[in-house]
Design a protein around this ligand. Structure first.
Ligand SMILES: [Zn+2]
Length: 447
């Protein structure tokens, strides 16, 4: 039982001093005043704390933890070309250690559910998908790994080196196997798989179409990158005679079971089409700014009724990004270009919680604090210096990330008093840092 907290359920009115009861991993009740008399309950006195739903991260590439701080001033194209050389050398150990570090870092920033987009499967380097699943189980976050793919290597006119791409039949077979082995559709599910070709520009049209069909037959969701840069828009117009969103539409890649990373460069007609098809957007403001890609039209998308969640994107394009910090970035960027009413603190919190849950198809289970939902909860300390801010939600979103008193996933403690409790934080951090050196050594030794 969490007591004496400022509760922001995201659905329904806020409660200035209230309680929340958790039973069997779900929210049993919440309300104003002290909690009911339950003698067996373990009580957390959350005086001076803000309680929100756990944050949901809807776009990431966890392996990029090993390549942070490189190509600091490069465009997306230069950045990708440079990094593929390194990524081609990663193995299962690197994927495991970077995933554990990346997910641990996300937990420390209030995230209870994360997706990941893994689309590179260099040959002979172990089972990379299994490695990141193992890391997610160790850290204890709800995990939505996306089985990615690329089938247009350099020899076929694509950007990635041939050793990291797969052929189409191989992708489809492996993807089906991955769904059969890991996907859990249950309400409490800790792991759901999505199908995620990297982008329509590193993947053939055939693979995009067949991936969508496979996902829909299997009852899993679809994810890809779209409309990230102006280069992409120009390339698409020149090659396909349409915008990236129109191209995705032709491939069957818009719909309520699809969520797209970025969607920065959109025409008004694209925005209408995204909204009317129920397609979700993973907004990644820090990554888009870091690569100079632009600012997504979040205010316009919301006005059109589109679903939007947040994403930190891979750490190589937004180093050490905190998911809580992305609320602030989203809010400030919209206001910088559209004025002070472009996005409110509460709308930013909605993007990070229920918006993310919708992207992942989990809005019945997570994203708000309501009886019957899973107990995925963040307890933030907003007393001390932060008590000077009249509104605790404003302190959370406008200010730097507050200390995390507790992070619960299905009622289980993952973070307490700013420290990971499911794994040894210093060990996880050190292994994540060593992954970079291991990758560099492979590069020097040419293996
Ligand atoms: Zn990405």
């Amino acid at each position: 039982m969490i007591e004496h907290a400022y509760l922001t359920p995201v659905a329904g009115p806020e409660i200035a001093s209230g309680h929340l009861v958790i039973e069997n991993g779900r929210i049993a009740a919440l309300g104003a005043g002290p909690g009911p008399d339950l003698p067996a309950a373990r009580r957390l006195d959350a005086t001076g704390c803000l309680v929100t739903p756990g944050l949901v991260n809807t776009h990431h590439h966890l392996y990029q933890w090993a390549t942070q701080g490189l190509y600091q001033d490069a465009s997306l194209f230069e950045w990708l070309t440079g990094l593929y050389r390194l990524w081609a050398r990663m193995d299962a150990e690197i994927v495991h250690d970077t995933a554990a570090a990346g997910l641990g870092w996300l937990a420390l920033s209030g995230c209870t559910t994360s997706s990941d987009h893994l689309y590179l499967f260099p040959k002979g380097r172990g089972d990379l998908f299994a490695a990141e699943v193992r890391a997610a189980r160790e850290i204890g976050l709800r995990f939505h790994p996306c089985r990615g793919s690329m089938d247009r290597g350099r020899s076929a006119g694509g950007l990635p080196p041939d050793e990291v791409v797969e052929d189409r039949e191989e992708v489809l077979t492996r993807t089906l196997e991955t769904i059969a082995e890991y996907h859990d559709p249950s309400f409490e599910s800790m792991l759901r798989v999505a199908v995620a070709p990297c982008s329509p520009f590193s993947v053939t049209a055939d693979l995009m179409i067949e991936s969508a069909a496979l996902a829909r037959r299997s009852g899993v969701r679809l994810h890809t990158h779209l409309a990230e840069t102006l280069d992409e828009e120009e390339h698409c117009r020149a090659q396909m005679g349409c915008t990236p969103v129109e191209y995705a539409d032709k491939l069957g890649w818009l719909g309520p079971d699809v969520w797209l990373a970025h969607a920065v460069h959109l025409r008004d007609t694209d925005i209408r089409r995204i909204a009317e098809t129920g397609t979700g957007i993973a907004h990644c403001p820090s990554s888009n700014a870091r690569l100079g890609a632009g600012i997504a039209r979040v205010t316009d998308l919301l006005a059109a009724g589109a679903t939007i969640g947040l994403g930190v994107d891979g750490a190589a394009s937004s180093e050490l990004t905190s998911l809580a910090g992305e609320m602030r970035q989203a809010l400030l960027f919209q206001r910088a270009v559209r004025g002070p009413r472009a996005l409110t603190a509460r709308q930013a919190l909605e993007l990070a919680t229920v918006g993310g849950a919708r992207n992942l198809g989990r809005e019945r289970e997570i994203g708000t604090l309501e009886p019957g939902k899973l107990a995925d909860i963040a307890v933030w300390r907003v007393d001390g210096f932060r008590a000077a801010v009249a509104d605790p939600v404003c302190a959370l979103v406008f200010g730097p990330r507050p200390p995390l008193v507790r992070l619960l996933v299905g009622g289980r403690t993952v973070v307490a008093d700013g420290e990971l409790r499911t794994a040894a934080q210093d060990v996880v951090g050190r292994a994540g840092a060593l992954a970079h050196r291991r990758l560099r050594r492979f590069e020097q030794e040419g293996r």
